[in-house]
Ligand binder design. Structure first.
Ligand SMILES: [Zn+2]
Length: 278
């Protein structure tokens, strides 16, 4: 396969794709789109690895514990499926050895999504401490196995940076970046990259930061099944739609689509240590 695009953060490992996972991945591959399924807890991490193993190329995985899953009572049907509530509402502890076993797999290209999420009002002081502890363990795992971090940071850019700054020899990508240029700056100085979703096709609040970040630090993602880009809004999102995100990044920056496409693919190849284009 000669891949022309990559969706670096997607979730065809989630229950939302149970009925047509293979078809969704085939549609991506036919459109020249490689993809990385991102784990959010034990089950979705394991599933991401199993899916990657089914393909000869172009399908990768990350494994990790999302900050939201460190708290009680979080349940998302698109992620876990209906009726799984009684099994998922417990708070997951970070099982270092479990994740390490998965993480050393050759198809696993990063640790995460991990980080801090202070968006929900009910986080509370105890959960904040728990999120920080689980985040640090995943940073340590990434350093130990020499793979980068897939970061989920929401309403906590300063707090996350304060944790990350004490570690050296670690690469990271801020997925679904929604901060300002000022919030991006310290992460840029640390050598980190940023990825954007389909939300940039219909919300103009991302334009200034997309223009601010150098092109060699930007990557493309869908975060499917969530936030489908225009013209697919309201539908379930899927990896093939990442092409709309790349088009929009070029349009916002007023740069040539082909130049942006090629650079974003190269950025992902370098960041994740994979080879996609022939
Ligand atoms: Zn995600």
């Amino acid at each position: 396969m000669n891949y022309r695009y990559i969706d670096i953060h997607t979730h065809t490992n989630f229950a939302a794709f149970e009925g047509d996972r293979a078809e969704a991945i085939r549609r991506a591959q036919e459109a020249g789109v490689a993809l990385i399924n991102v784990g959010t807890q034990k089950d979705t991490s394991q599933k991401a690895v199993e899916i990657a193993e089914k393909y000869e190329n172009g399908v990768y995985a990350t494994v990790g514990l999302h900050p939201i899953h460190t708290a009680k009572s979080f349940h998302n049907e698109e992620e876990i499926g209906e009726g799984g509530k009684e099994f998922t509402s417990h708070e997951e502890q970070f099982d270092y050895e479990y994740y390490k076993k998965l993480a050393i797999h050759t198809r696993v290209v990063a640790i995460g999504e991990c980080g801090l999420d202070f968006y929900r009002q009910d986080a509370g002081a105890a959960n904040v401490r728990k999120q920080e502890e689980v985040f640090r363990k995943q940073i340590e795992l990434a350093i130990e196995i020499k793979k980068p971090l897939m970061l989920h940071i929401r309403k906590a850019y300063k707090e996350a940076y304060d944790i990350l700054k004490s570690y050296t020899g670690i690469a990271g990508n801020l997925h679904f970046f929604s901060g300002t240029p000022e919030e991006a700056r310290p992460f840029l100085d640390k050598g980190f990259s940023f990825s954007f979703t389909g939300v940039i096709t219909f919300a103009r609040s991302y334009d200034s930061v997309i223009c601010y970040i150098p092109l060699n630090r930007i990557m493309s993602e869908t975060d499917a099944p969530f936030v489908a880009p225009a013209p697919y809004r309201g539908k379930r999102n899927e990896p093939a739609y990442v092409i709309e995100v790349v088009k929009k990044i070029a349009e916002i920056r007023n740069e040539d689509h082909e130049t942006v496409r090629a650079q974003l693919l190269k950025n992902a190849e370098q960041f994740f240590g994979i080879s996609l284009a022939r």
